[in-house]
Design a protein around this ligand. Structure first.
Ligand SMILES: CC(C)(COP(=O)(O)OP(=O)(O)OC[C@H]1O[C@@H](n2cnc3c(N)ncnc32)[C@H](O)[C@@H]1OP(=O)(O)O)[C@@H](O)C(=O)NCCC(=O)NCCS
Length: 196
């Protein structure tokens, strides 16, 4: 994995944020904790309303998975204001990049920063053959994120769960959707040409 290191001005602010790509193994405890708190801030209510539930120990263990890469957005003071985490992996035997998380502090939402992170993720996937697809999971109640992903051309993946009739008249109604998008390969397609 090569290193991403950039500075960006976010529209509507006069603050220069830094962007850095690092592996989970190199994430400091302070940054890991800041990422965890950000997920809690933006999404705890969605987890609590779901069948998954909000499970801090499980979430932190997942966040430490050594194969995860983080793109951290930091303020000039060095605090994490946003991040995305991703993993090159296999899904149903297909090589994919799985986007695990993408979260921004409230004041940085709807500034185009989410688009920048997603563009970087797409570019990294495009420069990492044989990856052909980007995948992610989103709670159905998170309508803002669904609109965000759809604006990039993500659509429901064939492996996404569908409502099912169970035994004894019970029913399974999924509260999340698995979305995907095929990788487009072209030269100079992103913020910075970067493989994972
Ligand atoms: C989801 C998130 C990362 C998106 O990043 P963002 O910086 O807010 O989004 P952007 O400003 O880059 O938006 C890019 C495009 O996505 C679409 N979009 C983004 N938010 C939207 C919303 N709330 N409603 C409708 N469309 C939306 C628009 O098409 C937008 O383009 P436009 O601004 O030209 O209209 C950010 O809002 C966030 O951190 N939300 C809370 C955490 C979260 O829900 N994470 C996802 C967990 S699955």
């Amino acid at each position: 994995m090569t290193n991403l290191s950039e500075s960006i001005f976010v529209s509507g602010t006069h603050v220069e944020y830094s962007l850095a790509l690092i592996g989970a193994g190199s994430l400091s405890n302070v940054d890991l904790d800041a990422c965890y708190r950000l997920i809690e801030e933006t999404s705890r209510a969605d987890y609590e309303a779901s069948t998954t539930g909000w499970k801090p120990i499980k979430k932190i263990a997942e966040m430490k998975s050594p194969e995860l890469r983080y793109i951290l957005v930091k303020s000039p003071e060095g605090s994490v204001c946003g991040f995305t985490s991703l993993m090159p992996t296999y899904e149903e035997g297909e090589p994919v990049v799985y986007c695990y998380e993408i979260h921004l502090k409230a004041e940085l939402q709807r500034t185009g920063l989410g688009r920048l992170l997603m563009t970087f993720l797409e570019s990294a996937a495009a420069h990492t053959p044989p990856i052909e697809k980007i995948m992610l999971t989103c709670f159905l109640r998170n309508q803002n994120a669904l609109a965000f992903y759809k604006s990039f051309g993500f659509a429901e993946d064939p492996i996404s769960p569908v409502p099912k009739k169970l035994r004894y008249g019970r029913e399974f109604i999924p509260d999340y959707v698995i979305m995907s998008k095929n990788v487009k390969r072209k030269a100079g397609s992103g913020v910075q040409d970067q493989s994972l």
